[in-house]
Design a protein around this ligand. Structure first.
Ligand code: SF4
Ligand code: SF4
Length: 470
């Protein structure tokens, strides 16, 4: 089966129950943001910009757990910010699992190995030695890490254990060069790959979570799927990038970029996602086939943002994960008070100008599952997709040149490409310093990756290029 039976059955039961009860609006996935603090500053991220004044605030554990109960979504996606920074993340994950819900931990991957080492320490006995030996051999832990694990975990502090009800959902926006550029830090891609390998070795379920931007090379996304398929990840979420207001302002102010150079229009989204159905056959793509048809431009859907509500430090965010017209104290209050007819795109016409280019999964994927704009055959399509055979790992994906070079930083592909391709940059040595490395290279076993994190040299180069070009 493409997706685990228990998980599919749980979601199907939830939808059928509400259809029978004729509940007009209900939650399928809760996007829970216990905090907005993050260790990265990704270029397209609206969160760290929109909530820049409340980065130090966080929801209490009790509030988080109560929010899941309140909206009763069968799936909870813990995001942020970086959720692994949340001090009670273990208690939160375990608490939601204890409520009988499916948990996705949406992470940038930088602290995953630490959390998994803590898990290993909590279960350590001599029977774990073969596992430690394998992790050491694959350079996923160091000898020092292994010694720490052998000491065990003091007290009965909670850990994140492998569970069939839980996924690590790792943010990956391309191969090494692109991903590190977008997250604005070298070494992040490498760390993500090692975290994914370690998670699979320990029996966790792992998915990747990709946002496609205007400059995203579709061929590269396909290679990224091939690479992670070879690592036997359990699924992929992919969604077009959306023009967050806050991200747009940041882009202009901090990076001196125009948002239209970075974000997709609907037309562009359809071009980028033209092969999504083919990808759905080759890889375990999360999202209904109906949503895939929508992304590929084969049909229209109406936004059902209320089905993927967002709860954060300020309350229930309306109307959606992306746009903020208000925060409400309760989910039901939000459902009642928001005029949902004001939002979305209907038959190609935006009811709100800000929705015009939006095709994101949190607005439209539930529409595919809930039968909004249903046409004959949709139910069968969804059943066939969910219950169909899981695509086999693409073994040849190991040959993908995933580590294709440290990028130039400051998070913008056009900037990096312009810098690399510019004759002036070449004159100043950019080609030799920053061009993609086509030869595979080796990595150290720990730390933040092949980059030093020091972007001053790159920043200086970019500034020099900008001055000369100007
Ligand atoms: S890792 Fe996530 S929360 Fe952090 S800056 Fe990037 S997109 Fe935003
Ligand atoms: S179409 Fe829906 S999900 Fe997209 S921005 Fe508008 S309200 Fe939000």
């Amino acid at each position: 089966m493409r997706f685990p039976l228990a998980l599919t059955a749980k979601i199907a039961r939830h939808i059928i129950k509400h259809k029978v009860l004729r509940t007009p609006k209900f939650a399928l996935v809760l996007q829970l943001e216990p905090l907005h603090t993050c260790n990265l500053t990704c270029t397209g991220c609206g969160r760290i910009r929109e909530y820049s004044t409340s980065l130090k605030d966080m929801m209490s554990l009790e509030d988080c757990l109560a929010s899941a109960v309140e909206c009763d979504a069968p799936m909870v996606s813990i995001c942020g910010g970086e959720p692994l920074i949340y001090p009670k993340i273990e208690e939160l994950v375990n608490g939601i699992l204890a409520q009988g819900r499916i948990v996705y931990i949406c992470t940038n991957g930088m602290f995953m190995r630490k959390k998994m080492r803590e898990y290993l320490a909590s279960i350590y006995n001599s029977e774990q030695e073969p596992t430690l030996a394998r992790l050491l051999e694959e350079k996923l832990i160091t000898a020092k890490d292994a010694d720490e694990i052998r000491k065990g975990r003091k007290g009965d502090r909670a850990v994140i254990k492998p569970s069939k009800w839980q996924y690590w959902n790792v943010h990956i926006d391309g191969l090494e060069f692109t991903h590190d550029l977008i997250v604005e830090r070298e070494g992040v891609f490498k760390e993500c790959v090692e975290a994914v390998k370690m998670a699979k070795a320990l029996g966790y379920q792992v998915a990747t979570n990709t946002t496609v931007y205007k400059e995203t090379d579709v061929k590269e996304i396909e290679e990224m799927f091939e690479y992670f398929s070879a690592l036997e990840v359990d699924g992929h979420t992919i969604s077009p990038g959306y023009e967050y207001d806050a991200a747009k302002k940041d882009m202009v102010k901090r990076l001196n970029k125009q948002p239209e150079d970075f974000f997709l229009t609907r037309k562009m989204t359809r071009e980028k996602f033209a092969k999504i159905q083919e990808w759905g056959e080759r890889f375990t793509i999360f999202g209904t086939p109906v949503y895939q048809e929508f992304l590929a431009g084969k049909r229209e859907l109406t936004c059902t943002a209320w089905a993927i509500p967002t709860r954060n430090v300020k309350g229930w965010k309306a109307p959606c994960y992306l746009m903020t017209d208000g925060h409400y104290a309760g989910y039901q209050e939000m459902l009642t008070k928001v005029d949902w007819e004001k939002y979305g795109v209907v038959n190609g016409v935006a009811r709100d100008a800000r929705c015009e280019n939006c095709m994101v999964h949190c607005g439209y994927d539930p529409s595919g599952a809930l039968g909004t704009n249903a046409v004959f055959g949709d139910t069968w399509k969804n059943i066939k997709y969910n219950f169909g055979a899981k695509p086999k790992p693409f073994k040849a994906g190991r040959n993908v040149n995933a580590f294709n070079g440290a990028s130039i930083g400051k998070g913008h592909l056009a900037e990096a490409r312009a810098a690399i391709n510019s004759p002036r940059a070449a004159m100043n040595g950019a080609q030799s310093v920053f061009s993609r490395r086509e030869e595979p290279h080796t990595h150290e076993t720990t730390g933040g990756g092949c980059g030093t994190g020091d972007t001053s040299e790159r920043d200086a180069l970019l500034a020099k290029i900008a001055r000369k070009d100007g």
